[in-house]
Design a binder for this molecule. Structure first.
Ligand code: ZN
Length: 202
């Protein structure tokens, strides 16, 4: 699957000078919501991901996503796997299960994001359900930003990857463009100013 072409076609692969939520800068930004605005495409991508997960022999009871970014991808993945779907959300900075969502002791949960960068939010969602006795048997995302090791790729995880290395991570492809600390950003050196994605209608 050519994930890059697919994101470009959907207008989801933005080029410019972006300020990321981590505080770093990048020439590119991935806006997965633009890919997922087409329910048919979202369903097809989730089906491809589900096929990988089933081929690996994972028996999933429930998909759980961290809101907001992971919800659409996770919901479609749950549909493709024929399992239920729940989500966690941040309340005053802390990831929580709300809205009456419950997990059982030993429930087998797959945590799904739209994109895994270092996996921080996915890991927080995993901790939420593990605290209630669930068993997180894998992570999934449409795309891997290239810092974590996904099943089927030889590229090793970098030190910034927060996902545990003994739990499989499934994704449809990698995006490996550079990110820069502001002090060493070549785009800043060229005189442009980093903008927050979304602040100009993207
Ligand atoms: Zn910059």
């Amino acid at each position: 699957m050519n994930l890059e072409a697919l994101y470009k076609e959907a207008g989801a692969y933005l080029e410019g000078h972006f300020l990321l939520s981590s505080g770093n800068h990048s020439q590119f930004y991935l806006q997965s919501a633009k890919v997922l605005e087409d329910p048919k495409l979202a369903g097809d991508l989730a089906q491809a991901l589900a096929t990988q997960i089933q081929a690996a022999g994972l028996k999933v009871d429930t998909v759980c996503s961290p809101a907001l970014g992971g919800v659409l991808a996770g919901y479609e993945l749950a549909r493709a796997l024929h399992v239920r779907f729940i989500f966690t959300e941040r309340v005053n900075g802390t990831m929580q299960l709300r809205r009456g969502f419950e997990v059982k002791k030993g429930e087998r949960i797959l945590v799904c994001e739209d994109i895994i960068t270092t996996g921080g939010s996915a890991l927080e969602a995993a901790a939420c359900v593990e605290n209630q006795g669930a068993n997180v048997l894998g992570f999934a995302a449409l795309a891997n930003r290239g810092f974590c090791k996904r099943v089927g790729s030889d590229t090793p995880a970098s030190l910034t990857c927060k996902l545990p290395n003994d739990v499989p991570f499934f994704a449809l492809g990698d995006f490996t463009f550079d990110i820069y600390e502001p002090s060493s950003c070549p785009l800043c050196k060229d005189g442009s100013v980093a903008i927050k994605p979304g602040s100009r209608g993207n």
